[in-house]
Design a protein around this ligand. Structure first.
Ligand SMILES: Nc1ncnc2c1ncn2[C@@H]1O[C@H](COP(=O)(O)OP(=O)(O)O)[C@@H](O)[C@H]1O
Ligand SMILES: [Mg+2]
Length: 309
């Protein structure tokens, strides 16, 4: 269990992390989501004792990170995948880690296999690794000591879609076996499918938290995407009911919950061909909640593939 209480980190006159509190429970994946510069890395660095907190407290299993004996056996950490020693090979990094933690050398090969780094790749120097390979190595290093807690900062960075899917399965399985995972990302679609709980951070503050369903419910209705055999009949019924809607490329987007649209259609015997939470509901919420902290012009960027709910 990770417990963060009133954590604040100030740099000069700038508050990078502003009085945040949360807990991460065993058996769950917590997604720590926010735009670049929101304070995710700073929070995680404080959690693992790399940066002192200005105020507040972080404990992992009741202890401060520095007081955990042989911490790698309890907490797996991946902060900055490019921070690994560039002159060492992947195998050397894992071997050193295994020696430090007092693990059998067989663990090195197990981890290499787990993250699909083959024999040749494992003997290459890290400076010649792609970002995706570095992330895989970083994940292998984090898991080396078979810890019960994982703290991963943007681990999906540089992974291709297949790699992201692989990581999703890995972390889900890890949490299902009772592990605690805190996983940060600046991309909603990377975490929304695995995170049991989400923490949205913007400008150093937690701006929203909860499960995906809770976040959408608190957003006051996520909207519904609906298609019908007879669209005119459907839009007529929506107008009668006073529901606002807009035609979109793949149907009609309604400002109401799917259940309300479904009920209305049933009352009027309208045949629906599709009914679901409108894609972009959570994406919109994320952008809205963190809007004043955006540094990148996301509106100009094409939507990433697989970004739909
Ligand atoms: N060592 C530092 N000195 C001054 N400012 C910092 C330092 N580290 C981070 N910051 C600032 O704190 C803010 C949060 O950064 P960071 O935690 O890296 O955000 P994120 O990981 O969410 O992108 C940023 O504005 C960043 O410039
Ligand atoms: Mg960061």
């Amino acid at each position: 269990m990770i417990k963060v209480e009133g954590l604040t980190r100030v740099y000069g006159s700038f508050t990078a992390v502003d009085d945040i509190s949360f807990t991460c429970r065993p058996g769950t994946v917590t997604g720590f989501l926010g735009p670049n510069g929101a304070g995710k890395t700073t929070t995680m660095r404080v959690m693992v004792g790399l940066t002192p907190a200005t105020r507040g407290d972080v404990t992992i299993g009741g202890l401060h990170f520095h007081d955990i004996p042989n911490p790698g056996r309890h907490v797996g950490v991946l902060l900055d995948a490019s921070a690994q020693h560039a002159g060492r090979t992947g195998r050397e990094v894992l071997t050193l880690g295994a020696q430090t933690m007092g693990l059998p050398m067989s663990r090195v090969d197990e981890m290499l296999e787990l993250v699909s780094l083959d024999e040749t790749e494992s003997r290459r120097r890290i400076r010649n690794y792609s970002l995706g390979m570095r992330q895989r190595l970083g994940i292998a290093h984090a898991l080396l000591g078979d810890p019960s807690v994982l703290i991963l900062d943007e681990p999906a960075n540089g992974l291709d879609p297949a790699g992201i899917r692989w990581m999703r399965g890995l972390l889900k399985g890890y949490a299902d076996r009772g592990g605690t995972v805190l996983l940060s990302s600046h991309l909603l679609h990377e975490v929304e499918q695995i995170a049991d709980e989400m923490l949205l951070i913007g400008r150093g503050k937690i701006v929203a938290r909860g499960s995906k369903a809770e976040l959408l419910a608190n957003a006051g209705g996520a909207g519904t995407l609906v298609t019908a055999l007879d669209h005119d009949q459907l839009t007529g019924a929506l107008t009668d009911r006073g529901l606002s809607f807009v035609p979109v490329a793949d149907g009609i987007r309604v400002d109401a919950q799917p259940v309300d649209v479904g009920r209305l259609a049933a009352e009027r015997s309208i045949v629906l061909t599709e009914l679901r939470t409108a894609s972009g509901g959570l994406e919109d919420l994320f952008l809205e909640l963190t809007a004043d902290t955006q540094r990148d012009d996301v509106s100009a960027a094409p939507a990433p593939e697989g970004a739909s709910l």
